[in-house]
Design a protein around this ligand. Sequence first.
Ligand SMILES: [Zn+2]
Length: 244
Amino acid sequence: MSEIVKTRAIVLRRLDFGDTSRIAHFFTEEFGKLSAMVKGAKSPKSKTGLVIDLLNVVELVLYKKETREVQLVSQVDLLKHFPNIRDDFEKFRFASAVIELLATMITESEPHPKLFEGSVKILSLIDSSNESPKILFAKYFFFFLKELGYEFQFERCSVCGRVLSKGEQASYNFEAGMICTDCRADRLTNFNFSEELFELVFCLNQKKCSYTYKEENINSIIVLLEKFLAYNVGEFKGLKSLKI
Ligand SMILES: [Zn+2]
């Protein structure tokens, strides 16, 4: 039995299927990631075909069947699109990295409503705010990891348990976690934070953060989070979108 369901979704990918149809991958609010076929979407007259485009946020009506791998789209309406992302290469790179994380790291059919909300929000900010897309992405990356269950803990020293302070010269070990200035002397570390860099980690995890940081510091944090994710998930080999 198939049921008719309605959900919001982000378009992660679309592929042509046969002469007339398309299959799209969606990150849906209610059902997590899923694939669905859109019949007739390749026709130039198809409104559905235009709406189902990479990055768009849509409202989907689906014929959904648990046992089916590819669901069937009955109706689709556009809720949000991001014209500025398409016109600006920096915006496009980091929006693509958001999509890449969702497309590669989330398990099929596992709902993450909070991650859905946060992803729509970050794409909207990348599209329309004046904030650096790189900083927006770094903030999102911390949030994404947390929602996936791989929170990057930076608040306490994993050895002595002391609460770390902003601007401290802390270090990181992928196995143990954060290591404070006092404990790091005789320990193996994978990453050493300068005071400036550690302050940036705090800042990126706060709502308000004054963005006067050096480009290379934000790059370092993104690379660290990529390594952290690769340490936790063996199949993850870094973000291709950022290598362009
Ligand atoms: Zn310590």
